[in-house]
Structure formats: structure tokens, C-alpha cells
Design a binder for this molecule. Structure first.
Ligand code: PRX
Length: 630
């Protein structure tokens, strides 16, 4: 590509950064990957640890149930920890952690391996075996990462539930995954307050039957209820002889499950996306290495939560696979003051910062003086993920935080993709608001309703045309839904659920979801989850929710509810309803507005037409109403 002649607002990569980058020539890499994408991924897989090498890179005989590195034997944790402690990285810092209250912990690769083994032996003592499911519901503390790694080490699947979710969300995920053990922290610090995670878990456990043991990690030290026979303190078990540090990695098949992660889809309950040891390892390793250009001395900070895919791939697995030094922060970006992040970047000499547009917009509101008081010159690269970044926020991030010298990696991907799919690399010319082009080896396109590629600058459905190693393998327990949801709109092509455009330079511009998924502050929520929380309130007969644009959060939730006959809402009814949703799903799901209505627009088959509600709320033309019931 003749990058010198790109159209629009273009930021060319700084020479100093390209000179030392792993990938200096995107076109060359892309051409190589395009010619033989299986060979391309195999050459990257060679850099990782395998007990036995694969017989075939890809088996597509049962598509869309693709298999990668077939016949290979591995365990992702070996490549994350053991192989580094065997070499020069033994005493290198793997994790630096700061608590919201100023607490500090750090782990070398050796120490992280030791604590992972100890944790794994504690899980074994609770009867956890290969193939079992373990749910983790914790704040952002090192034990969350250690717990995940411990599960993977012994071949159990972890299912992390974001600590911002609440009773019903946790209950549903525990039940659907049939988790044997729940790992929970006594509480989490957030904006100077304590989120009572163990209390929430107790309520969820009253509704769920499968959990046999609850392992409680102490963080806050606040008094909590411990149910005898079910609940055990981790720090007490960790002192017992069973919690020794003799715990070899379970040798796994490349296609054995690594984890489940629940995410919201088009309809119904959140679904468990399943990722595997082999392909996920190769995909997250390669993408982080090339996109965030991990160098030996780097201190890398992904400010997401491990409870979402960004945290799985790019806080826990990707950085450790790369032998990087990872920074993790427990709390809110503005606590106690809006300079908390900038202070930590200066203090720890962070080189790479990866966050979400909503965080950037939120911090932008406090003005430039807060970051300007700090030395942010250690930063080399910046990143963005979770929703489209508006050019204004992009430019602020680039100029104020990156000092005009740090390229921004705007990475488009999903829980399902496991790894970056559309993304720049440091050697690529950037356009604010575009994630540039698909990662080498990945063919994507934008289709119209009939499955034909659209022309330049025309909007259509974003699709993926080649399989990729970190792709989801199925929806756990519901393979039909996997096929239906992702592979049924167009033959042999993965449907992302997003709409996008491609400009005359081949740069992709993601517009947003085309289904019933709403992104609030970058968090993925489904209309169905929030609606079912609303109707679980005794005064509500029916509910419909939509997302409406918001300057900082990207979208906010707007709910329409129909009252039950005889309901007599009091003065604080709307606030009570919001609290109810917060209690059931989580604070992030609370509707910003709730309107009481007499009826909802439906199709003749009874489906709520959210598009009509949205157009009405925005004062826009609702379009074709021929299917409307009344
Ligand atoms: O709509 C896209 C948006 O986030 C969705 C995936 O959400 P989730 O599975 O929670 O994963 C988020 C983190 C990977 C996508 O379908 N999205 C994600 N990244 C971007 C984005 N939209 C625009 N630009 C991005 N960089």
C-alpha cells in the first residue's frame, strides 16, 4: 500500500518507533500471511511450548466447528510461566499491582509460578479435576489472575464473572456452567467504598445448587458470613501441607477447553463462549507481540478488568506468554483524584497503556492540567478497545497523554474472536477513529443483506471469512446456537454483529452493533438481560430497553415499562426500579431513564420493535412500519 497517499486525516508512524518494532513492514507481513495463513500461524506457534507438536494446523472438516493445531499437546500456563522461569526471565517482574488504597504487591515470574502451583493444589484439594468448571467472582487483585492460571494449570475451565455484576447475573452463570467451586474475594475496593462481593455471592448461592465449595480470598478484611462446610478461607488452606508448590502442568490437547466467558448475544440469556488451550495461546501471543510491540524492558498496562475478554487475553494470558512485565490497578481511574492513572504511569514508568474510549472521554472532562502535572514521557504506545473511538477523544489521547509521539492501536475484536482482528501495528499510518485493517492472515469483508461486498464508504455487515486460531470453538452446552448465531446469515462466513464501512484506502470504520447488544461504557450488555431483570420486579408486566447515545459512556440504557394491573407506584418508584436492576444484573445495567408506557410497538409475531422505540426517542423517522402490529 502506498501509505504516503492516504486520504483524510492521517498520522504517520514515528521513525524511532518503527525502527525498533518487531514488525517494520506491514505489507510484507500481510503478503506472507495471505499466501499461506496456516503456515503463518504455525510459524508463530513454534515460538511457544508444546509437549507434542501438532499433526495438522487446521482441521475444517467439521466446519464451523474448526480445530486448530490438531494432535498438538500443550498447556497455555507452561508457555506463560514455566518456560520463562526456566530461562532468563526467572527473576523478571511478571506482575506489579497497586490497590486503590495504595497497597502494593509484585511477583517475579518465579513467584507467580510458585503461587499458581500453590493455588492449583488448593483447588485440587477441593476436588477440582480436569474438565471441571470453576467460577471466579473477584475484584482486580493478583489472586484473580493466579486463580485463573491455577485452573488452567490443572485443566479445569475458569469462568470469570465480572465483579460489577450482581446476584442474578452471577447465579445464572454459576448454574449454566455447573461450577463445582466458586472463588470469591471478601470484597473489592471501588471509589473508596467496598463492594460486598461475598454477600452478593451468598445471595446468588441461595438460588444456585451446583456449587460444592466456596474459596474466599481476603482483600478487605471486613467481617463476612462464612458458611461452615461450604466456605473456606484461601489463606488458611494455603498454609496446609497440601498447598505445596509441587504441581506439574496437566498436559492438554490443543483443543481442550481453557475457559468459558459469558457474553450477551442477540437473544435470551448470556452465552458461554468457549476458548481452548492451543489456538487461543497462539492468537493472543502473536497479536500482543506485534500490535503492542512488547519489548524486553517494557512495562505494559491494560486497564481493563480481567472479568471481560480484554482482561483474559491482554492482562492475563497475552502479556505472560510474551514474558512481559504487567501492571494491574485495582480501583477507579479518578480515585481519590482524577490524576490517579497519570500518577501511576509516572511512578511505575509505564510504556504501553491500553484502555477504552469511555475512560478517555471520562478523564478528558477533567481537563489537561491533571495529566500535565505528571511526567508521561515513558509512554511509547497507546491502545483503545471496546467501542468506536470518536476522533476528538483520539486526538486528545494522542496529544495530551501520548505527547503527540505515541501511536494509538485502536483494536477491534470481540469475546468470540479472543484476539485482535482489525488493528494497526506501530508501523502503520493511522486515521483517528479507524482500526485500520485486519490483522495479517485474517480475511474480513463488509457485506450487504444479500451477502455481496459493499462498495467503498458504504455501510454493511462486518464479516470474517477465514478461521483464526483464537476463535471461539462453540457456545458451551449449546452448539446449535453457535451455528445459528454466528454462521447462519451467510454460508461459511462468521457474522460479527457489527456494521462497518471501508474507505477508499481499505481502512475499516466500525459503526456499532446491529443486534440487541448495547455497549455501555464499553461493557457489553444484552437487552434481554435487562428486560428480564425489569419484569422480575413485582409491579412490571412488560419491558423493552434500547441504547441511546451518550457523550462519555457511548450509550446509556433507556427502558420502557408497562405496569401490572393494580400496581400503584410510589414517589420513588423509578429509582426503586433502577436499584432493582442494579441488584439483579449489576450497577452497569441500571437504566439511565425509565418511561412508563401503556403499550410497546410489536411485530405481528409479538417481537418488540426496538428500532421504532429508538427512532421515537431520538425524534427520527422510524422507517418501514409494515410489520408493526398496531
Ligand atoms: O461492537 C464491537 C465493539 O465491541 C464488541 C465486542 O464486545 P466484547 O465482546 O465485550 O469485546 C470487547 C473487547 C474486545 C464488538 O462487536 N468493539 C470492540 N472493539 C472495538 C469495538 N467497536 C469499535 N472499535 C473497536 N476498537
Amino acid at each position: 500500500m502506498a501509505e504516503k497517499n492516504l486520504s483524510g486525516d492521517v498520522y504517520y508512524p514515528p521513525n524511532g518507533i518503527v525502527k525498533n518494532a518487531h514488525i517494520k513492514d506491514w505489507d510484507e507481513l500481510n503478503a506472507r500471511a495471505h499466501d499461506d495463513y496456516q503456515g503463518f500461524w504455525a510459524s508463530i506457534a513454534e515460538e511457544l511450548h508444546w509437549y507434542k507438536k501438532w499433526d495438522a494446523v487446521l482441521d475444517d472438516s467439521g466446519k464451523p466447528f474448526y480445530k486448530w493445531f490438531v494432535g498438538g499437546r500443550t498447556n497455555i500456563v507452561h508457555s506463560c510461566l514455566d518456560r520463562h522461569t526456566e530461562g532468563a526471565h526467572r527473576n523478571k517482574l511478571a506482575l506489579i499491582w497497586e490497590g486503590e488504597d495504595g497497597a502494593f504487591q509484585s511477583y517475579s515470574y518465579f513467584a507467580l509460578l510458585r503461587e499458581t502451583k500453590r493455588f492449583a493444589n488448593v483447588l485440587k484439594s477441593l476436588g477440582v479435576r480436569k474438565g471441571d468448571r470453576v467460577t471466579l467472582y473477584m475484584g482486580r487483585i493478583p489472586e484473580l489472575a493466579i486463580g485463573m492460571l491455577a485452573c488452567a494449570r490443572i485443566g479445569a475451565m475458569h469462568s470469570v464473572v465480572y465483579g460489577g455484576f450482581s446476584v442474578e447475573a452471577l447465579h445464572e452463570r454459576l448454574e449454566d456452567s455447573h461450577s463445582k467451586v466458586l472463588i470469591v474475594s471478601d470484597g473489592a475496593y471501588q471509589r473508596g467504598k467496598i463492594v460486598p462481593l461475598k454477600d452478593i455471592a451468598d445471595e446468588a448461592l441461595q438460588r444456585a445448587a451446583t456449587v460444592e465449595s466456596v474459596l474466599v480470598v481476603r482483600r478487605t478484611g471486613e467481617p463476612i458470613n462464612m458458611e461452615s462446610g461450604r466456605d473456606m478461607w484461601y489463606h488458611e488452606l494455603a498454609k496446609l501441607p497440601i498447598a505445596n508448590v509441587d504441581c506439574p502442568c496437566e498436559e492438554m490437547d490443543a483443543e481442550d477447553p481453557l475457559f468459558l466467558l459469558y457474553t450477551s448475544g442477540t437473544t435470551g440469556k448470556p452465552k458461554a463462549i468457549l476458548h481452548t488451550h492451543g489456538g487461543y495461546m497462539v492468537g493472543t501471543y502473536a497479536t500482543l507481540k506485534y500490535v503492542f510491540d512488547i519489548q524486553e524492558q517494557d512495562r505494559y498496562w491494560c486497564a481493563a478488568d480481567p472479568g471481560w475478554i480484554t482482561g483474559h487475553s491482554y492482562i492475563v494470558y497475552g502479556p505472560l506468554l510474551n514474558g512481559a512485565t504487567n501492571f494491574m490497578y485495582e480501583g477507579a481511574p479518578t480515585y481519590p483524584y482524577p490524576n490517579r492513572w497519570w500518577q501511576m504511569i509516572e511512578k511505575y514508568g509505564i510504556n504501553i497503556l491500553y484502555t477504552a474510549p469511555t475512560a478517555i472521554r471520562g478523564l478528558m472532562r477533567f481537563g489537561e492540567n491533571w495529566p500535565n502535572r505528571h511526567d508521561l514521557s515513558s509512554l511509547r504506545l497507546l491502545g483503545s478497545v471496546g467501542e468506536p473511538i470518536n476522533p476528538e477523544a483520539w486526538k486528545w489521547y494522542h496529544r495530551v497523554i501520548g505527547g503527540g509521539r505515541c501511536p494509538i492501536m485502536d483494536t477491534w475484536w470481540q469475546t468470540e474472536t479472543g484476539m485482535f482482528m482489525i488493528t494497526p501495528m506501530p508501523c502503520v499510518a493511522l486515521k483517528p477513529g479507524s482500526g485500520t485493517r485486519p490483522f495479517p492472515g485474517i480475511e474480513m469483508d463488509i457485506y450487504n443483506e444479500e451477502g455481496k461486498p459493499v462498495g467503498a464508504n458504504e455501510e454493511g455487515y462486518l464479516v470474517i471469512k477465514t478461521p483464526w486460531p483464537a476463535m471461539l470453538r462453540t457456545i458451551y452446552g449449546d452448539p446449535d446456537r453457535y451455528v445459528e448465531q454466528y454462521w447462519s446469515k451467510y454460508e461459511g462466513v462468521y457474522m460479527t454483529g457489527d456494521s462497518a464501512k471501508r474507505d477508499e484506502d481499505g481502512y475499516y470504520w466500525v459503526i456499532g452493533r446491529v443486534d440487541d447488544v448495547i455497549k455501555v461504557s464499553g461493557y457489553r450488555l444484552g437487552t434481554a438481560e435487562i428486560e428480564s431483570a425489569l419484569v422480575s420486579h413485582h409491579d412490571i408486566a412488560e419491558a423493552a430497553v434500547i441504547g441511546l447515545p451518550h457523550d462519555v459512556k457511548g450509550n446509556v440504557i433507556h427502558a420502557f415499562v408497562i405496569l401490572r394491573a393494580g400496581a400503584a407506584p410510589g414517589e420513588h418508584f423509578i429509582e426503586e426500579l433502577r436499584q432493582h436492576v442494579g441488584h439483579e444484573v449489576g450497577p452497569i445495567a441500571k437504566p439511565e431513564h425509565i418511561e412508563i408506557v401503556d403499550s410497546l410497538p410489536k411485530t405481528r409475531s409479538g417481537k418488540i420493535m426496538r428500532r421504532v422505540l429508538k427512532a421515537q426517542a431520538l425524534g427520527e423517522d422510524p422507517g418501514n412500519l409494515s410489520t408493526l402490529e398496531e
